[in-house]
Every structure is written in structure tokens, then in C-alpha cells.
Design a protein around this ligand. Structure first.
Ligand code: AMP
Ligand code: GLY
Length: 425
């Protein structure tokens, strides 16, 4: 089969590597990919939101199955266009992708189906915000309704901040939507639970914990993710049952009733409080960098899984996982998530000798005159698997030191929740 992979981050490099290990694959085409994917696949330069161009290139390269990595093309309806043109594709359609594309849509589904989530109010006008403020306690979480590239959530400690944040959203700070969601602040521990879904069934696809804040000890502004590990020990069998029965099953049933059954990866972002799961968010894709820690643990041929899911045969597909644990640390350009330098030289990458349990996924990289250069704030995901998170982290940090990339930084405390509690976990 020829596989088309849409996207250009660390998640897509991890997907590309796993796809390249499949016996079912002839060629892989990445739209547009990065320097890392170009070693495993053919990168095809295209704006992935120019759907007609993407379709033409998919037809030209005779692609049998398309995998969509990021949320934006999913939310804007790439799957609908490809299916209409008889292209086999794995991912949710435009309606189902609203689970991520519209927080108001997601919250309404929760309310109508008793899915445990933070109490909320959807507001279209500032006077609604002011009225709700009279009966709510602080802190209050203010969210933009539509996609906001990870910048749409503010935890507000004062009423003044709530009004300022909401006003900015109403004025169009995020082009995707002008609605505001006000949410109760949930305390607890976050975890991400993943499933793969087709029209008939769904299967477990791993757990992970991300580290969203830029600095050690979870300080500083939110980022796209500074590192992750898998599995997430907080997700016990007992908790998993609750996640499935209280959150996942009612949501998938609701979309079926709305005649738009979900298919694709589903990322269930959770807050765990007193062993009870609360839904914080749905993402209609794999997480980044969670994908980079989950895929190295997958034993089953991923293309077989995609192929079966795309033809609604997931039920008969056995998905097996390795026992080993996995971690990734994100190497960023200094200044990220604010202003940072691009074009940093990262050629050392070719000199670092890696064992077969180590891997470096490219996130923001490109080739420039045969040299690998940085092309984004999150540059590389240095990953490894093993038996203890503590030892894995030591191995990763050693590899980062060998890379010795100037003007870069990383968090040295990824996994602190599981490592510092128990040295040998
Ligand atoms: P989201 O984009 O909805 O995942 O929000 C980004 C981050 O904000 C989450 O990963 C949480 O750390 C935090 N967050 C979002 N909603 C809440 C909430 N209701 N209570 C506490 N923290 C939240
Ligand atoms: N790591 C968070 C996300 O992919 O949304």
C-alpha cells in the first residue's frame, strides 16, 4: 500500500516511523513532513489546508490510505472531501471533529449525556459573563470556543481577568470562534487516555501524561507539551472502567445518534479527582508529544490497524503493547513559547549513536542546503523506552547532552510525579 501522512511535527515523525516498519507498506508520502520524515518517506511540499491541492497530490501519488495527524484539517473537513472523492482515509469527519473544534459543542454533548465534566456556561455576550460571575467562585477557567493553537485557555484568579479575557475572545482574538466558555476550575491530576475508533467499535490506544508548562516544577506559561511518559500509572483498571462507561461510551453513542459516528483517534483529556474521571477536553487526533511515547510501545502493525479501522473492521483487530515504559523530552529553542530563534544548526544529530531503544523524533526541523536546521519552537523529541522511568530519563538526558544544540533548552524533571515518589518506578 501507499500511505499518505498529513502533518509535519514530532507526532507525524513517530507515525511515519511506525508506518515504515509495516510489511504492508510500499511507499510513504508526508504532506509536508519534516527533516526526520524525509529519511523514511517522500516529503511532498504543500499547504495542508489547501484541500484541493492535497487531493490532487494524493491522486497523483496513487495513495491507498491517508492518515491525518493534526486537528486543523480534520476540523475544516479534509476527511469529508477525501471520502467524497473516493480516497480511503482514517480520521473523523467535520461534524465529529467538532468534539475538538468547538468546546461549546463538546460541552453540550457532555450535558445532554451526563458525562462528568467541569460545570460551565456558554456565553455569546459580555453581559452573560458578568451575570455568571455573580454566582461563580474563583478561579474560573475562560476558554475560547474554537481552535486556538493551545492558547485558548486562561485560568483566571480575579473577576477583572475573567472580563478582560472574555472581552478579547468576543473581539475576535481567535479567528475560529467568538464564543466564550466559562468553566469551574477542577483540581486533581491530569491524564490522557487514547482510543482508536471506527463505526462499529473502539480499542484502547494507550495512556500518557504530558507536561504542559514550560519550566521545571510546572511553572511558567502553557506550551504544546514539554515532555511525556507512558503508561500513566494513575489510570488504574478501575478508573479505566469509569472512563469508558461514564465518558467514552455515552459520547460515541451520542455521535451515532446524530448520524455522524466517530472514527479516528480520540484523545480523552482528563482530570482525576478522588479516583473519579472528569473530562477536560477531547482532541480528535493523537497527542503531541503523547504519540511519541505511545507508539514505541505498540507491538501490532500500525498499518494493519489503520486499514481495518478505515474499513470498520477494528473489532476483529487485536492490538498488543510492550510492557516497557516510554518517555520523551522536548528540546526547544530558547525563548519558546514566546519569541525564539529559528534556523539553529542541529547537525550533531547524525553523530549521536543511539541504541535500539532510543529514538530522536524531529518536531520543528527542515533541511537547508543539506544541513538540518530548526524550523519551530519545539525542535526535537528525544525518546527512549526501558524498565524504569528514572533510568529512561537518565538515558534521554545523556543523549540531549551529546546533541549539544546551542540556544536550546529542555525540562529535566519530566516524569517527576512518577519518579520522585518512587525512585525505581
Ligand atoms: P484544554 O485546552 O481544554 O485542554 O486546556 C488546557 C489546560 O488547561 C488543561 O490541560 C488543564 O491543565 C487546564 N484546564 C482546562 N480546563 C480546566 C478546568 N476546568 N479546571 C482546571 N484546569 C483546566
Ligand atoms: N499534548 C497536548 C496535545 O496534543 O494537545
Amino acid at each position: 500500500m501507499n500511505i499518505g501522512l498529513i502533518g509535519s511535527g514530532g507526532r507525524e515523525h513517530a507515525l511515519c516511523k511506525k508506518i515504515s516498519e509495516s510489511r504492508l507498506v510500499k511507499k510513504i508520502f508526508c504532506f509536508p513532513g519534516n527533516a526526520g520524515t524525509s529519511e523514511l518517506a517522500t516529503n511532498v511540499a504543500v499547504n495542508i489546508l489547501a484541500f484541493k491541492d492535497v487531493l490532487k497530490l494524493i491522486k497523483f501519488h496513487k495513495i491507498d490510505l491517508v492518515i491525518v495527524g493534526p486537528e486543523e484539517p480534520l476540523v475544516l473537513g479534509l476527511v469529508n472531501l477525501l471520502k467524497k472523492n473516493k480516497v480511503k482515509v482514517f480520521g473523523p469527519n467535520k461534524y465529529a471533529a467538532k468534539l475538538e473544534g468547538s468546546k461549546a459543542f463538546m460541552k453540550k454533548i457532555c450535558a445532554q449525556n451526563n458525562v462528568p465534566t467541569a460545570n460551565f456556561k456558554i456565553c455569546n455576550k459580555l453581559h452573560q459573563v458578568k451575570k455568571f460571575l455573580q454566582i461563580s467562585i474563583l478561579p474560573l477557567v475562560v476558554k475560547a470556543d474554537g481552535l486556538a493553537a493551545g492558547k485558548g485557555v486562561t485560568i483566571c484568579k480575579s473577576k477583572k481577568q475573567v472580563i478582560k479575557t472574555a472581552s478579547e475572545i468576543f473581539k475576535g482574538k481567535f479567528k475560529s470562534s467568538r464564543k466564550v466558555i466559562l468553566e469551574e476550575f477542577l483540581e486533581g491530576e491530569e491524564a490522557s487516555y487514547f482510543i482508536i475508533v471506527d463505526n462499529n467499535s473502539f480499542k484502547f490506544f494507550g495512556t500518557a501524561q504530558d507536561h504542559k508548562r514550560v519550566y521545571e516544577n510546572d511553572k511558567g506559561p502553557n506550551t504544546g507539551g514539554m515532555g511525556a511518559y507512558s503508561p500513566a500509572p494513575i489510570v488504574t483498571k478501575k478508573l479505566e472502567k469509569k472512563i469508558i462507561s461514564k465518558i467514552i461510551t455515552p459520547t460515541l453513542k451520542a455521535l451515532k445518534r446524530k448520524k455522524n459516528p466517530y472514527s479516528g483517534f480520540l484523545y480523552v483529556g482528563l482530570m482525576i479527582k478522588n479516583n473519579e474521571p472528569f473530562l477536560i477536553e477531547y482532541n480528535v487526533r493523537m497527542g503531541d508529544p503523547e504519540c511519541q511515547v505511545i507508539l514505541p510501545r505498540l507491538k501490532t502493525d500500525i498499518v494493519k490497524i489503520f486499514k481495518n479501522a478505515a474499513s470498520n473492521n477494528l473489532r476483529k483487530t487485536k492490538i498488543s503493547w510492550k510492557k516497557q515504559k516510554s518517555m520523551t523530552i522536548v528540546l526547544c529553542a530558547k525563548g519558546y513559547p514566546k519569541k525564539y530563534k529559528k534556523n539553529l544548526r542541529i547537525n550533531n544529530i547524525k553523530k549521536v549513536k543511539l541504541s535500539n531503544t532510543d529514538f530522536i523524533f524531529h518536531a520543528g526541523t527542515k533541511y537547508f542546503n543539506k544541513e538540518i536546521r530548526s524550523n519551530g519552537g519545539r525542535i526535537l523529541n528525544i525518546s527512549s523506552t526501558g524498565d524504569s522511568f528514572n533510568n529512561i530519563r537518565k538515558k534521554i538526558i545523556l543523549n540531549i547532552k551529546k546533541l549539544n544544540i546551542k540556544h536550546s533548552f529542555y525540562r529535566k524533571d519530566i516524569g517527576w510525579k512518577v519518579i520522585d515518589k518512587n525512585e525505581n518506578y
